[in-house]
Design a protein around this ligand. Structure first.
Ligand code: URA
Length: 296
């Protein structure tokens, strides 16, 4: 009998499911250009570690004859792990941010901005995403809702907040009389799904920010609802703690005008911690009050 694995017993749907599961778990390095032999890299690292920091090194006998120091061993090129795309040098990232700023500033309509974002390859999240998820809802709305990052459903459909969190958000907003198709523009801080739904890192946020900023400038909202910690931190203050600061009005400078921003809890958090829906509901009532009387 053959010792080799009989792959015909697996049907393609099961393989697809297995790959999707790995992606859900954040195993996105499978998508690197070359395979990484992490065991070989670790062995090599151990072998080339200086003796002083090796805790397993036996003490030398006092009378051991002095030996000339071994020449430093260069790592054989083949055993070196290939450069990970996600570990690009900082200078390249700075150049990409400058490029994002240039492209965003050149856009004078939402349509141009969508095209610019879709054409921008500087953010590596794009490599593992199926779609760019930019925005939804009227482009001249007085209300802008800004979330964090697309999830799996958003990535599949190319629209923000269409999965479970989004459905819950839409439902909650409907209680204060707001409908996505008519009443608000909705978007995210980053436009591509981070693999495994991990939190976007600071570099990814910085690369998307010039486009988000231009998005806000073009929509010219009268009020922004910042949904979730990452959104509030990006718009307002990197040290903001959403559970403490939610429901308190802050403001964002948009071309010299102070736009009121209300931070609130993320619906994904509410799905995990339904007991906090009461706070989110209070925040929506605060928003409703503002909308009824913007002059205050
Ligand atoms: N969570 C977000 O922050 N944005 C989405 O679009 C979906 C889930």
């Amino acid at each position: 009998m053959s010792e080799t694995l009989n792959t015909t017993v697996y049907d393609p749907a099961l393989w697809a499911e297995a790959v999707a599961w790995q992606q859900e778990c954040g195993v996105f390095d499978l998508l690197s250009d070359q395979p990484v032999d992490a065991f070989a890299a670790r062995e090599l690292e151990k072998a080339s570690a200086p003796a002083a920091i090796r805790t397993d090194a036996a003490p030398r006998p006092a009378a051991a004859p002095a030996r000339p120091a071994a020449p430093a061993r260069a790592k054989p090129a083949a055993a070196r792990p290939p450069t990970n795309q996600h570990a690009r040098r900082g200078l390249e990232a700075v150049a990409d941010i400058a490029e994002a700023e240039k492209r965003a500033a050149a856009c004078s309509s939402i349509e141009e901005l969508v095209a610019a974002v879709e054409d921008f390859d500087g953010c590596l999240l794009k490599d593992t995403a199926s779609n760019t998820v930019f925005g939804d809802g009227p482009t001249d709305s007085d209300i802008m809702i800004i979330g964090e990052a697309p999830g799996a459903d958003e990535d599949r459909q190319g629209r923000p907040f269409v999965g479970r969190s989004g459905q819950m958000l839409d439902e909650m907003l409907s209680y204060i009389g707001l409908k996505r198709e008519e009443d608000f523009r909705i978007t995210n801080i980053v436009f591509w799904r981070p693999p495994g739904n991990r939190k976007p890192n600071a570099g990814e946020v910085a690369l998307c920010w010039p486009f988000s900023k231009r998005h806000i400038e073009l929509v010219q909202p009268k009020v922004i609802l910042a949904v979730g910690g990452l959104s509030a931190q990006t718009l307002l203050d990197p040290n903001l703690r959403i559970t403490r600061e939610r429901g308190k009005w802050r403001s964002l400078d948009v071309r010299g005008s102070a736009v009121p921003v209300l931070p609130t809890l993320h619906p994904a958090y509410l799905l995990r911690q339904p007991v906090n829906k009461r706070e989110a509901w209070t925040d929506l009532l605060t928003l409703k009050q503002f909308l009824n009387n913007p002059e205050g």
